[in-house]
Design a protein around this ligand. Sequence first.
Ligand SMILES: *Cc1c(COP(=O)(O)O)cnc(C)c1O
Length: 463
Amino acid sequence: MKYISTRGQAPELSFEEAMLTGLARDGGLYVPSEIPTLSHDEIAGFAGLPYEEVAFRVMWPYVSGSFSAEEFKGIIARAYAGFGHAALAPLKQLDSNHFLLELFHGPTLAFKDFAMQLIGQLFQTALKRRGDSVTIVGATSGDTGSAAIEAFRGLDAVNVFIMYPHGRVSEVQRRQMTTPVEANVHALAVDGDFDDCQAAVKDMFNDFDFRDSVHLAGVNSINFARVLAQVVYYFTSAVALGAPHRRVSFTVPTGNFGDIFAGFIARQMGLPIEQLVVATNQNDILHRCLSGEGYFKGDTIPSISPSMDIQVSSNFERALFYAYDQDGSAVAQLMDELKSGGGFNVSQGAMQALSEVYTSGRASEAETSATIKSELAASGELLCPHGAVGVKVAQEHLKPPVPMVTLATAHPAKFPAAVEDACGVHPPLPPRMADLYERPERVTRIANDLGAIEDHIRKHSVH
Ligand SMILES: *Cc1c(COP(=O)(O)O)cnc(C)c1O
């Protein structure tokens, strides 16, 4: 399997090369040159299998040129050994036709552990074989950073620098980034918002001298290996509810469009997905765009679901690539318009293609809080604010008898203040993390200035 850039001007790479590179040199994102399909019988055969076995069967066609089957099985086993639930991604029933996919049983209590734990093991295996080392730089709105630090802590072939917007992540998220003691992981609190952090990462990748001098690698949601890891739970959950004999819908709380794009891949691979619903909070650029209003940046407004406080959604470029029939130059032009003019209109043909795959909805702050409260009363389920955005939007898209699965992307204890304000219940941390508030923190506050950030990283990365 070869990987190509969404902007059509970068060299084709293997899975391993695309994974270690992150962003393509033409500024685009890597996607597989073709999406493999699974037959009806192959999907039916997933019924009753352990998560790890489905993970192997779904991901194998994408990675087979880069790892042996034995290596890849070991990688999957190690990646998911630290999860706190035997099913890894259990389904709960909310209503006769509505299910919650709990993706928060990993070490940092959010769905990003599914991808990041796998990437940690993939990187370690590939770098060990090459005798190489890398510097991982990431921007986080909260959950990516802690998941990356947790996945790479103590791996001496990898330096990790995670930038987060100072004062805009929850205390649990911050502590998960600032309390690990390993010398190879570094938290940077940037005076700016998430989009500033994400722009700094992009600029570092486009600074080829810097990129080469520190062996820069990216594990942000632009990394295709991360998208791939997330494809698996669409299959496990849909099959548990009767697929492929029956169609299933999904609602996905969305920020950077990585998780929902994994749903698109699952659909292209042959999983019978009826609706793929994009759920946004008040930062609703994706909902506006999918409603036909064009893709125009607004100001990011802090919300109680901070991991979705995003105005430039990096993985949406991948959705556009397919909507524009894999025309890299059309995508490159849209991205130029976004950079120079703050937005672009989507062509009629591409809008048509998008609307065949995605629907969308938005939840206000008040609706999100009200949903936390009403869902607790209706089913006893305590939602985090991101999951609540999903549940609210899903309720507007139920089409019985097609089951709806809403992705619960984080544990409520990651956002205790918002949850308690909404319903009066304080969500406790699971026992394995109970001492998080007592551990000492280590963090560098830094200006939103590319030169200062690059200097800091040069000085503190070890090769
Ligand atoms: C990252 C994150 C999201 C958004 O996921 P994307 O893949 O960026 O769309 C939603 N909820 C939580 C809790 C997250 O951490």
